[in-house]
Structure formats: C-alpha cells, structure tokens
Design a protein around this ligand. Structure first.
Ligand code: HEM
Length: 223
C-alpha cells in the first residue's frame, strides 16, 4: 500500500482542535527570550531590555488601533459567513484604544495619523478577508490572542517604565478574559472543522506573516 507521509502525518495539537495547532505554530515562532516555548534566536534587543518612549508607544497604539478597527469592521461586515461568529466577542480593542489615545491627548501629547506599518497590515487584512478565509482567520487568532498573552506583559512593562504604572484601557476586558478567549476558541475550532487539511495547513503557514506584520508594529514602541 502506498503512503503519503505529509498528508497522513498528524499535526501537533491536532487532537485538541485547530486552535491548539495554531498555538503550537505560533509559540515556536517566538524568540527564546519571549517565551520558554520559543525556538527562534533571541532578538538583538530582547524585550526585557526595551527602552520605550512615549511618542514611540503612542505610535504603537495608533497603528494597533488601525489594525483593530480594520479587524472589527471586517467581522461586522462579514463578507464571509464564518466571520459572523467573531462579532461581539468581548475581545474588541478599538473603542478602548480610542479612549487611551484621548487620554494621551489630554496629557498634551500629539497623536499622529496611522503610519505605514499599521496601514500596510490593515490593507493586507482587508484583502485576505475577501480572498482567503483561512489566512484571514490565522491573523484574527494571532492578533487577539497575542495581545492577551505577550501583549499584556509588554504593556505592564511599558507602564512601569514610562507611565507611572498607569493601566491603559487596551489591557482591560469586560468579564473574565479566559472565558472570552475560550468562547472564541470554540468558534475558531468550529469554523476550521469545515476546512480541508490543505486549507488548515495554509492557515498555519500564514502564522509567519502574522508575526512579521505584528512584529513591525510592536517595534514602534522602541522607535
Ligand atoms: C503566547 C510572549 C509576540 C502570538 C505568548 C506567551 C508569551 C508570549 C510569554 C505564552 C503565554 C501563555 O502560555 O500563557 C510574547 C512576547 C512577544 C510576543 C514577549 C514580543 C516581544 C508575539 C507576536 C505574536 C504572538 C508578534 C503574533 C502576532 C502569540 C500567540 C500566543 C502567544 C498566538 C498563544 C496565546 C494563547 O495560548 O492563548 N506570547 N509574544 N506573540 N503569543 Fe506571543
């Protein structure tokens, strides 16, 4: 009998559902200094040594808002029925980022327009949401789940260094975050159940792009 190794091989995390597969691929793309599950070489500038500035951090928040505005418009519009599951998840960040930026403005800081990193990523998301559902879902998972994990850790660190420990709205959720994430996981698994193995693999492969585009926005913090 013939074997097709690539096709028959099971994927790490597969038995627990597709979110676990996405998580496994994402964790490996972290650097060792970011997470103990990371497999990439440490960054030239590990996150523990970041020297954030307020203007840099504001740029990061502005470009993040561009991305979350876009994500939240896409699921609201739901050009593909799968996206309807991801409306009103409680993970939405756009309105909270708007409040944070208002606060910075009230402190006398200049709030710039979105920069090229945010705009480029937002345009990619809009395009993928129409042309490539599995790729878009990969970005959706990574954008919201990364923020709930490493993003919060970074936020805490930045707040201690330059904001007198002030906790921004960006890092607050109504209700229990683990429950909100859990409900979204159920729906991500449900949506992916309808995909072929090829579509699933295509989605997993998009994780690298997610790191690339989000990574650029993250680095605005130290710009
Ligand atoms: C999870 C750190 C950047 C996507 C985690 C975890 C840590 C971490 C410590 C594990 C949390 C846990 O298991 O409870 C960091 C740091 C980053 C960074 C320090 C940058 C300096 C990114 C980026 C992405 C990403 C750029 C993708 C856009 C994820 C995902 C998870 C994760 C999807 C899994 C969340 C979950 O299990 O619910 N990160 N990360 N991370 N990170 Fe990152």
């Amino acid at each position: 009998s013939s074997v097709a190794p690539e096709k028959s091989k099971s994927r790490p995390g597969e038995k627990k559902g597709f979110v676990e597969e996405m998580r496994f691929v994402a964790m490996k793309l972290h650097t060792r200094d970011q997470s103990k599950e990371g497999e990439k070489e440490a960054d030239v500038q590990p996150v523990g040594q970041w020297k954030p500035s307020i203007p840099g951090y504001i740029k990061f928040l502005v470009d993040s808002k561009k991305v979350y505005d876009t994500m939240e418009t896409i699921v609201e519009k739901a050009s593909h029925p799968s996206y309807e599951y991801f409306r009103n998840t409680g993970l939405e960040r756009s309105a909270r980022l708007a409040k944070d930026l208002e606060w910075f403005a009230s402190q006398g800081h200049e709030i710039p327009e979105a920069g090229p990193d945010g705009i480029t990523y937002a345009n990619l998301l809009t395009e993928l949401s129409e042309s490539d559902v599995p790729a878009f879902i990969c970005h959706f998972y990574n954008v919201y789940f990364a923020h709930s994990a490493g993003g919060r850790f970074i936020g805490k660190q930045v707040a201690q260094q330059i904001l007198d420990g002030r906790e921004l709205e960006f890092y607050k959720w109504d209700g229990e975050l683990s429950e909100l994430l859990g409900a979204v996981k159920v729906n991500l698994n449900k949506v992916a159940e309808e995909w072929t193995r090829e579509q699933k693999d295509h989605c997993l492969k998009e994780t690298e792009n997610s790191f690339k585009y989000s990574g650029k926005i993250l680095r605005l913090i130290v710009s």
